[in-house]
Write a protein that binds this ligand. Structure first.
Ligand code: ADP
Ligand code: MG
Length: 415
């Protein structure tokens, strides 16, 4: 028998003494725990408490187990929400199938458990939202699921909404980027499987009376298409609104919980510009590290996200104006020297009122955004900074929280 696993080793060594020679279904070990309401399973899946952790063990043919191990590891690296994988056990005695060992996803529920709760019947919409988001994240990361269904997903509560995690990756494929056909294939599978699963729930009386399984599954596909278009669609940019439009698009994506990887403005021979964005999935802490490496600024995670988005905007403007490629590192340093420092220099020390630089800059961005919207054109960072100082900071001196509270103050037209 061989156990291939990713460190730390303690968890795996605790599992080595399990009765691997027996079929998983017949294990009687005291560490095996029964957990009701798991999704419908094709393979034998059992749960084991070992060391300080809880693990899910699934028995399946070796090639599939190895593939699932590989895909789950990759999903982790890509920051896609999925169960963590510990390892895979192969070459078991008596030619038994391999076993994939994943970490039990704490505080999660299968869709059956969700809907079994009497309040669950009204959850369809939120379950679908979470499922759509998971599928979009997977596709952005270049992964075809091959088996998208509610049973292959686990759900966790997340500040009033649900977050979906991929649990069954045995049919997954990782690519550089996905073709339309690959995405369509996943959507077809999802449509069929989700229709079946909701029909099944209805037969058990666990679905809200006004939910039609096929319509709900079709809605899932439609909402996927909508989110995908929002995240990846090209947009024509009128010349005088470029900065404004790019900023608006980045904000929309961030509000939807996504990150912008790269901003590209492509100008065709007729002089029409189109905006393309690469959207990616970010790990917590990722933005902060990236901003620090690029600019030397050490700020909070959300601040870093805003600043990186502004750097991306500045870079695309530089490339447009100077008609040449601007490398990441150069864009970041020029942004600091040409946008960030000059904007902050507008704030007299007496008006600093306890806010840190990145927070002041963030407030200026928000302020500039509203000014530009009211003016119907981009007012530019320095004008925004001046107006912010005059109309917000100057009236809120001495009160560090006031600028944020003043957000709703009516913006004056740009000078
Ligand atoms: N790591 C895990 N954490 C929590 N539950 C899990 C985990 N792995 C599997 N399960 C439960 O077992 C069910 C079946 O697992 P899955 O990988 O889909 O197996 P199958 O290939 O048999 O469909 C899931 O729907 C889920 O409820
Ligand atoms: Mg499954």
């Amino acid at each position: 028998m061989r156990f291939l696993f990713t460190p730390p080793a303690e968890a795996a060594t605790d599992l080595l003494t399990l009765p691997w020679a027996d079929p998983l279904e017949r294990w009687q070990d005291e560490r095996v725990i029964e957990i009701p309401q798991t999704g419908r399973t094709r393979h034998v899946v059992r749960f084991v408490a070992a060391g300080d952790g809880l693990f899910a063990l699934k028995e399946l043919p070796e090639p599939r187990a190895r593939r699932e191990y590989r895909v789950l590891r990759r999903l982790r690296e890509l920051g896609v929400p999925a169960v963590g994988v510990l390892g895979v056990v192969v070459d078991r005695p008596a030619d038994r199938e391999a076993v994939l060992v994943s970490r039990f996803l704490e505080h999660s529920m299968s869709f059956l458990a969700l809907f079994a709760d009497p309040r669950g019947v009204h959850l369809t919409r939120r379950v679908m939202d979470a499922q759509v988001e998971l599928l979009v994240r997977l596709h952005l990361a270049g992964v075809v699921w091959g088996d998208c269904s509610l049973a292959n997903t686990l759900f966790r509560s997340d500040a009033g909404t649900l977050a979906a995690y991929l649990v069954d990756a045995e049919t997954g494929e990782v690519h550089e980027r996905l073709s339309q056909e690959q995405r369509d294939h996943d959507l077809e599978v999802a449509y069929g499987r989700v229709t079946e699963e909701l029909t099944d729930l209805r037969a058990r009386g666990a679905l809200a009376a006004d939910v039609d399984p096929a319509l709900a599954a079709a809605d899932l596909v439609a909402r996927y298409e909508q989110l995908w278009a929002e995240l990846t669609g090209e947009e024509v940019l009128p010349r005088d609104q470029q900065r404004l439009r790019i900023g608006a698009r980045i904000r929309r994506l961030q509000e939807l919980g996504f990150e912008v990887g790269e901003v590209e403005v492509v100008e065709d021979p007729a002089g029409v510009s189109r905006l393309r964005l690469t959207t990616r999935v970010a790990e917590p802490g990722d933005n902060r590290r990236q901003l620090f490496t690029a600019t030397g600024l050490d700020v909070q995670e959300n601040q870093a996200r805003r600043l990186l988005a502004d750097i991306a905007c500045h870079r695309s403007r530089l490339e447009r104006e100077e008609q040449c490629h601007v490398p990441d590192a150069v864009a970041a340093l020029r942004w600091r020297a040409e946008v960030y420092e000059p904007a902050l220099a507008e704030v007299p020390p007496s008006l600093r009122s306890g806010l840190d630089d990145a927070e002041v800059f963030h407030e200026m961005l928000e302020h500039g955004w509203r000014l530009s919207e009211a003016a119907g054109r981009d007012v530019g960072p320095v004008a925004a900074a001046r107006d912010y100082v005059d109309s917000v900071l100057a009236t809120a001196a001495g009160d560090p929280v006031a600028p944020a509270l003043l957000r709703t103050a009516r913006p004056r037209p740009a000078p």
